[in-house]
Design a protein around this ligand. Structure first.
Ligand SMILES: [Zn+2]
Ligand SMILES: [Zn+2]
Length: 170
């Protein structure tokens, strides 16, 4: 499909105060986000307003989609909404250190949207803050059950070390 987030700047920057609304729903694949944290189930809704200033463009709005993944500790399925606020500036000759530079007659908003999706995705998806996870030995979900594995193992190595310490102190 044609890129609905590629905007022609010629008309926009011809006159300060020009504006353009972008209200599109873009398939998630479009952003080429490969991230194990998020397996999106929904397209990305991009609602932006592009304003022309004397030295560039200001882009404001929101990006909305959902994410789908699993709890890092217990692997239970999780899903949530992903919403990002857009407040970006594009300049042909960047004087503002935060501005994104562009040249030519077009600005592609895809990289910016992509970055925001990655930024807003949960870094460590957890079903809850204090998720106790799965027992690494038997796989019991420690949120709902308990097992015997967590008892400290009686290791002969420690016994030997204790003996060594005792010997040294003699
Ligand atoms: Zn969990
Ligand atoms: Zn166990």
């Amino acid at each position: 499909m044609a890129n609905p987030l590629r905007i022609n700047t010629v008309e926009l920057i011809r006159r300060q105060g020009n504006e353009r609304m972008i209200d599109v729903t873009v398939p998630f694949e479009f952003f080429d986000v490969v991230d194990e944290r998020i397996a999106p189930t929904e397209p990305v809704h991009v609602l932006l307003r592009v304003d022309s200033l004397n030295d560039g463009l200001v882009v404001n709005g929101t990006i909305g989609t959902s994410w789908h993944g699993s709890c890092r500790r217990c692997a239970i399925d999780l899903a949530g909404d992903l919403c990002a606020v857009v407040d970006e500036r594009y300049q042909q000759h960047a004087t503002d250190p935060d501005a994104i530079e562009f040249d030519g007659e077009q600005v592609d908003l895809v990289p910016m949207v992509r970055e925001l999706i990655l930024l807003e995705a949960p870094a460590t998806p957890l079903c809850r803050e204090d998720c106790r996870g799965l027992c690494p030995t038997c796989g019991t979900d420690l949120n709902t059950g308990s097992c015997e594995c967590m008892a400290p193992p009686a290791s002969p190595r420690w016994a030997a070390l204790d003996q060594l310490k005792a010997d040294l102190h003699d």
